[in-house]
Ligand binder design. Sequence first.
Ligand SMILES: NC(=O)c1ccc[n+]([C@@H]2O[C@H](COP(=O)([O-])OP(=O)(O)OC[C@H]3O[C@@H](n4cnc5c(N)ncnc54)[C@H](OP(=O)(O)O)[C@@H]3O)[C@@H](O)[C@H]2O)c1
Length: 327
Amino acid sequence: MRNSVGDVNSLGIYIALQDCSTKGKTMRALVVDRSQEEGLSFAEVPEPVPGPHQAVIAVEAISLNRGEVVRKEAIPGTVPGWDAAGTIAIAAADGSGPPVGTRVISMYKMGGFAERRAVDVERLAVIPADVSTTDAAALPVAGLTGLGAVRAVGPIVGHRVLIIGAAGGVGRFAVQFAHKAGAHVIASVGSEARAEGLRELGADEVTVGVEQVPSGLYAVLDTVGGPAMISAWCRLQAGGILVSIGRAAREDATFHAYDTPMRDNLRLLCFNHTGPIVEDLGYLLDLVGRHELDTQIDWSGSWNNYAEAVNLLKSRKLRGKAVLTLS
Ligand SMILES: NC(=O)c1ccc[n+]([C@@H]2O[C@H](COP(=O)([O-])OP(=O)(O)OC[C@H]3O[C@@H](n4cnc5c(N)ncnc54)[C@H](OP(=O)(O)O)[C@@H]3O)[C@@H](O)[C@H]2O)c1
């Protein structure tokens, strides 16, 4: 087997001829910078040197996620960024993955907010011709989380499902998947203004807060945490499940010893998106191509204007996703 930068010898052992084409070069990136209000600033950083099973993507669009934007443990000077879409600039040296020039979307725990990203081929998916690079960039973390959290509940056809934080990036995907799965979807938002567009996505009811929601919920999907999570827990029917996805409120959720029900086979699932992503990313891309899933991009623009997008996200003014293009 031959490829551009590697070979397999007569014993079948892969000999990596390390691709040195990126060594010593620098690129523009957004790096963690605690001195800035947004927590980011532009810097010149070394281009990534790919491992044999990694492709290098020339990044064209990235999306923001609350988890990375407000991440306190991120190391200053490092390149954050989970979602990045673009074109394969260097194919994986071991011959796996798509060839140079293929449009792809990728998801990894860092390195996306840069002109180039090296990523294992299992962390990317090919973007179909009928899906824009911008739409693809909105999908990985928020879309996979919305999908995975709905799946975690199990069959929900005909059941009442409450989604807390429904107006956010994850929430807007969760609303769509719960609706697709046949649930009666109750979308909880922080204010009336945040309800915009949720009924069109499949919410049967929209409620401000959780206090007005009648008891007897089959399931709760929660991205907010804090007192709202406890309030929702108290509204579950016997055998009900609360899927805790996130804690956007950054407040404690206290299960009071006597006031909070701890009975009737109630289940609390602490959700985290793990496992293979290629198949599910392909599913999301396919749905977008067929206009059966809306990426809910509320802000798009050049990454030079990243501060505007970050501030909208942090101040709860973004209805869904922000996608930044590297132009
Ligand atoms: N477990 C996982 O695998 C996973 C994956 C992705 C995200 N997450 C977590 O899920 C949460 C939501 O992520 P996201 O990307 O959807 O964020 P987002 O787009 O910013 O949405 C957050 C939502 O939380 C609501 N919220 C309520 N109280 C809030 C407060 N005090 N501050 C900020 N938001 C508040 C907002 O409601 P209103 O808009 O109605 O005001 C908003 O819709 C985050 O905690 C994130 O870390 C977890």
